[in-house]
Design a protein around this ligand. Sequence first.
Ligand code: ZN
Length: 672
Amino acid sequence: MGSTAGRMILVLVWLVPFLGPASCAEPGKKSTPAVQEWHEMSVMYAFPSVVLPGTRLWIEGGPFPDESFGTTEVVLEGTFHHDDGFAQVFEVLPAVRHRADRVYVDLTGEILSRIGGGALREGALVVRIWVRATSLFSGREYVSDVLPLDLEVALTLVPELDAVQEDPFLYLEGKLGFQGSNLFLGEEEGSSVAVIEGCLLPAGAAGPCESGGTMIGPVALPITDADPRTRSGGTVVLPAHVFGVHPASFTGTLRIRNEAPQGAGYESYEQPLALELLEVELTQVSTVRSSLGGYVDLHGHAFAPAANGCATTFSLLGTWTPEGGSSQALDLILIPEIRDGDLARHVLDDQADLGEVLDLRTARGVVDADLTARVCCGADCEDSNTVPMRLELVPVLQKVRLMYQDSYFSALAQWGLTGVDAAIRDRAFQVIRGLYDGIHVELTEEEITDYRLYSRVEIHGFDPNGYGLLGYDNSPGKDVGNVRLHDVLGGHNALTQEDGYPGYGGVFLHSFFGLSRNPPAGLVPMEIADALFDRVFDPFRPDRKGTPVNAQEAASHTPVSHGPSCASVGTNRLERVACAVYVLGTLLGTTLAHEIGHSLGLAQPYVDGAFHNPGDAPLRLMDAGNARSFVERAGLSEAGFEAFCAEDFLYLRDVLPDPDSEGGTAGRPACN
Ligand SMILES: [Zn+2]
């Protein structure tokens, strides 16, 4: 028995490297399934090239799908060579998708032991590497091309320090650059620190330092900016809590210490250090216009974060002039977030400083002031120069980020409309913008960096609640007055789930097939399903024997100028493409606008427990589900386009008035 089992294992060891990848997935092999849910993927680089237990191995290439699409894995196949021989390697490792062009896997000690044939050992890992993504919806695997990769497996790293920056002038809280190598890249492998010791002589004090100065260190400071590809380079911030807040000369040494997670570390040789440390300075205020929840960016040097007994505050001395009103004096202290020595970001908050003096929801006018920074560590303080600031304040603005998830893209394949993705998003964007004309709402698909408070709406392919909902606002409670500016319609919201409502919010593309009389397997037609829906989309749906839009059609169709004509679209293929874009884009847009309306406190804002307009009247955007027909939702009605009803619109104008646009009030349906 024992010998048979032994032989079996031996046979498997020989077969695995050949059968392994073929049996799971075929890297690089092109196949054309009926419904292509994802793009072709490439793998271009993997780093770092020296790995040890705890290393995060990065793989660049892509595009790699996010977790809404399904699971992503990295496959390694090859051999591990060590002093006593070699071992076959076939590892399928769960990967984390960081960005569309980057995934990583964490090479734990357990994984490297397995690769080492049951023990952690040094050696050379010669493998082929690829990325595999599995669709949550179809279960189908999508495989990247293959990258040959040579990795060195090490058990520890001995740091080296080759040089320190030559320029002796450095602001406090600034980064001192050096040329290190063999640096640890993350806590799991160990940490690399810069060890500094020497003597600090205040500017203007008589030397030598040994008599007129202060001895510093040895102090271990975290290393930043090590190059993740080469484990080299590096910077270290010289913090005010160690070096003080005043200008000074520092003479001493720098060395690097690698602190391993367990056991002894190693140190590099030291390099001499001679620095002129400079005190706090303000350069400019870059924000010229903002509103509640927005950042005011203050630039300069030597800003100390609020930690270790230090802090940076800004005194603002000037005037506030409301539009059409007279000036009033301002004398405030701002306490911004210190991002680093060079950037402080102040949030316009209705509970503090400016927000205590004016109503940031409604105020419109200009702040003209002089700004001075003060850095203190304990009772020891240093003031900066003074710079002018001119900031225009506008009434509350609701920023909304539309976040199309990769499952949305993969779901689009079921419609045969992958090729016109951008045109559909564009149409949806225009629809929402039009519906919110006159309301101070700003939409974007890009990352929002100039506001701390903004809403996010996720557009998914599939409804994770399993209810087949078109969309769901899972932000907690009814937000009358839009008090919350940072709702999240998407992801998982445990708060709402406690209420017994679905936990996942957002908008779900696949559920829109419920408007079909012939939805794909697993969906049932909604009450408002309409044969017109099938007339528009059947020509493209693979499951209805349609032909997906090709690249040429995507590039050459002309956008629809009069939506209701799509209700009688003929057989011209390019006109059909244009109508499919118009109808799906409009459905998405009206659904998103409806869900955003919920997050702003609609409908019937002052009636507890009511979320929609009562009854069913034509073309009211905030009517309940079945009170909005397919023709209304899709912009196909000759009678007009959906809109906020009159009182709902007045409520929105009250809560979020657009200072630059009145929006149309005529011709709106009544709410009751
Ligand atoms: Zn609703």
